[in-house]
Design a protein around this ligand. Structure first.
Ligand code: ATP
Ligand code: RI2
Length: 201
């Protein structure tokens, strides 16, 4: 039996990395793998435990078929190693920190993927990005502008959030998870919704 891909998306600063970090051990207990991304971000940059590569190295790995999924955003390139296909084939569920802009392509390759949209209002996003201190003020404004103009499935992210059923276990194609409260609350909600969708259960 093959595993399922869980594709976590949301605006920059919504807390995707924090959520994955906080849930890491509990997900491992459920035999759910969190993917380490390949990113053209310097290794010293604050943030997730990614594999930092130069743009040339990234292009080389991409051309050699090293990535199951890859995309460009925020002036960076992101790759999900091809190895996830082995894990999925072995029946393991796999969780990736994805891109909203790349959702349709990801679905083409993994039609059964479970998409989770992490949602936080703009004021909180700005405050969290500033507090994180990884990007300059200008880069932060660019990320907020990207979020404002964002479209998921023909509607703005905010519209999708309003329309999608708030309850865990939704059969909608995009499940919205709010991270305006404490991180621990969000971890608990995510674990419930994964169980309800019979993934990482
Ligand atoms: N529930 C929360 N309450 C308060 N602060 C939070 C919460 N979740 C995350 N944060 C903080 O918000 C900041 C942004 O979180 P994080 O880096 O995880 O976001 P992200 O979605 O992974 O962003 P990016 O896509 O840019 O990598 C971090 O400094 C983190 O500590
Ligand atoms: O805006 P969208 O397309 O959803 O996402 C673009 C990319 O930006 C963020 O990465 P980071 O902030 O550089 O870690 C996301 O994780 C994603 O990979």
């Amino acid at each position: 039996m093959s595993g399922r891909l869980i594709y976590l998306i949301g605006p920059s600063g919504s807390g995707k990395d924090s959520l994955l970090d906080a849930a890491r051990e509990r997900l491992a207990e459920r035999d759910c793998v969190i993917v380490r991304r390949v990113i053209t971000r310097s290794a010293e940059a604050v943030g997730e435990d990614a594999i930092g590569v130069s743009p040339a190295e990234f292009d080389q790995q991409e051309a050699a078929g090293g990535f199951a999924l890859s995309w460009r955003a925020n002036g960076l390139a992101y790759g999900i190693p091809r190895q996830i296909d082995d894990w999925l084939a072995a029946g393991q569920d796999v969780l990736v920190n994805g891109s909203r802009a790349y959702l349709a392509q990801a679905r083409q390759r993994y039609p059964e993927l479970l998409a989770i949209l992490l949602q936080v209002d703009e004021a909180a996003l700005r405050q969290r990005l500033l507090a994180r201190g990884r990007e300059s003020a200008e880069q932060i404004e660019a990320r907020l502008a990207r979020n404002r103009s964002f479209v998921v499935g023909g509607a703005s992210a905010a519209t999708v959030a309003a329309e999608a059923p708030p309850t865990p276990g939704s059969t909608e194609r995009l499940i919205v998870l709010n991270n305006s409260g404490s991180l621990e609350q969000t971890v608990t909600q995510m674990l419930h919704l994964l169980s309800d969708n019979r993934t990482c259960a």
